[in-house]
Ligand binder design. Structure first.
Ligand code: NAD
Length: 495
């Protein structure tokens, strides 16, 4: 694709997806729609498709019909198409990033452009891995060839949340498509338009029906997808409560389900850590520029007594400098919370901390004063101090710009506390000591443990949670082989 596919105007892009699904290579109108709001202003951006059972079943049927030919397409040819789509998305990244900022309230400069970069990179990464879909030979008998092959599963249903929809979509559909599956994506009804735009560019590179994108609520659309007999695999990212329903539905059809769920990730700051690097790491790790709306947010920060005061003062100084404002403005570091509903959940948690004897709530930075912006959805980075470990703010995922900061002095005790939630997604430890780092990485009960850094998802580094944070890995070759293929054993005896 050399010509730009999307209009450069985000409003025109959004209008082109008014009450349509992308099914069988075409825009298919739906009889009703779901209003999608701009969280920064409260204005309606457009009405996305409201899919019910017939629309969802049509998408599954299109994916099923395209399955045999796509599975028979040589793997490298599939990979080349997916990689080419990654380059095409890069060419239109700015427009899609603007759509994403409008519908999610995430700042264009600090969040949305970067998300497009990772999303396109994932397509190129998996496109290049196509010839790694290898089997094995088994030394069973020299006159009998025993081997395994990797086959696609069939129709994959990919269900997305709103917080990083493009990266999370590509983490699922890039390996699924390259492995020879066909896909139905269910966008998040809170932020569907950028998903549709990026997916349509990819769809244009693929045979009709190989990739289908629908929008709808969890109850009307998501539940139809997860319980349909023609769906061979569900890959889900979202909340723990919905993850349980998705897993249950998958169990009924006895199909594999991957779950990327919530987290309450600990960050342990040791007395010997580089303070400047650690404070920057806390701000990046807590994803304050994404309003803390990240499953891997370092939302429980344990700081050694000896450096607590210096850490707190540097953290507040740095947070005070972040600009909260219009997500579309280049000067803005921090945009809005996704919805009034989510903002209430966050405020209720902060109120609970405020009511707790001995606890302290520190708000950093200044709220925007622009009258055009809806005041309720902007929120300051908030630090909760001196809470008991069993407090709901310490134990539960808040999914907002709210970090719990606790003091520690005993190493074994802080490791125990770090492991004492039912989550296990990500953890970090900040120290100059290699032996402390090695000990902690072995003992921290998280699927992704980093020392002196807190990077987000990387295409070639496998990622996924322990405990209630989920099941299965995403990213890396392992994710494609383990989660989007099935292994067949073949024995050839011409003896
Ligand atoms: P959510 O669980 O409310 O919704 C996720 C998706 O599931 C949406 O598309 C929704 O429509 C759909 N859904 C709802 N009910 C359903 C049902 N019964 N059957 C099938 N689908 C249904 O989550 P959210 O609010 O969109 O996203 C925030 C959550 O996602 C947080 O808990 C966060 O931790 C989690 N998350 C996890 C990761 C990770 O990689 N572990 C990444 C990002 C977000």
């Amino acid at each position: 694709m050399t010509e730009p596919f999307l209009s450069a105007d985000p409003a025109t892009v959004i209008a082109s997806y008014a009450q349509v699904n992308l099914v069988g290579g075409a825009h298919v109108a739906t009889p009703s729609g779901i209003a999608v709001l701009n969280p920064a202003t409260g204005a309606e951006l457009g009405r996305a498709a409201a899919s019910g059972t017939p629309e969802t079943e049509a998408a599954i049927a299109a994916a099923k019909a395209a399955g045999a030919a796509w599975a028979a397409t040589p793997a490298r040819a599939r990979g080349k198409l997916v990689a080419a789509a990654g380059r095409a998305i890069t060419a239109e990244a700015e427009t899609i990033a603007r759509v994403l900022a409008l519908e999610t309230g995430k700042a264009i400069r600090t969040e949305c452009r970067g998300e497009l970069g990772v999303a396109a990179d994932l397509l190129e990464f998996y496109g290049g891995l196509a010839s790694e879909l290898k089997g094995e030979t088994v030394p069973f008998n020299p006159r009998i060839l025993t081997m395994t092959t990797r086959e696609p599963l069939g129709v994959v249903a990919a269900i997305l949340p709103w917080n990083v929809p493009l990266v999370l979509m590509m983490l699922k559909i890039a390996p699924a498509l390259v492995a020879g599956n066909t896909v139905v994506v269910k966008a998040s009804e809170e932020a569907p338009f950028a998903t549709f735009a990026a997916a349509e560019i990819l769809m244009k590179h693929l045979p009709d029906g190989v990739l289908n994108v629908i929008n709808g609520t969890g109850a009307d659309c998501g539940s139809v997808l997860t319980s349909h007999k023609d769906v061979a695999k569900v890959t889900f990212t979202g909340s723990e409560a919905v993850g349980q329903m998705v897993y249950e539905a998958g169990a009924k059809n006895i199909i594999p389900v991957s779950l990327e769920l919530g987290g309450k990730s600990p960050m342990i700051v040791c007395a010997d850590a580089d303070l400047k690097k650690t404070v920057t790491g806390a701000i990046n790790g807590m994803r304050f520029t994404r309003q803390g709306q990240s499953c891997t947010a370092a939302s429980r920060i344990y700081v050694h007594d000896a450096v607590y005061d210096d850490f707190m003062s540097a953290l507040q100084d740095n947070l005070n400098k972040l600009v909260i404002g219009d997500p579309m403005a280049e000067a803005t570091d921090i945009g809005t919370i996704i919805s009034a509903k989510q903002a209430k959940v966050i405020r209720d948690y902060v109120a609970l901390a405020e009511e707790t004897p001995g606890a302290q709530v520190v708000r950093c930075g200044a709220l925007p004063s622009d009258d055009a912006l809806s005041p309720d959805l902007f929120m300051q980075p908030t630090l909760l101090l001196n809470l008991p470990e069993d407090h709901p703010c310490v134990q539960n995922e808040i999914f907002g710009p709210v970090a719990v900061i606790q003091r520690w002095s005993d190493y074994d005790d802080v490791i125990e506390k770090a492991n004492a939630t039912h989550y296990g997604l990500a953890a970090t430890i900040w120290t100059a000591s290699l032996s402390t780092a090695l000990d902690a990485t072995a003992r921290l009960n998280s699927g992704y443990v980093q020392v002196n850094q807190n990077l987000t998802i990387q295409p070639n580094v496998s990622y996924g949670g322990f405990g209630r944070s989920g099941l299965g890995k995403e990213a890396s070759l392992e994710a494609m082989l383990e989660h989007f293929t099935r292994k067949k054993t073949i024995v050839l005896n011409f003896d």
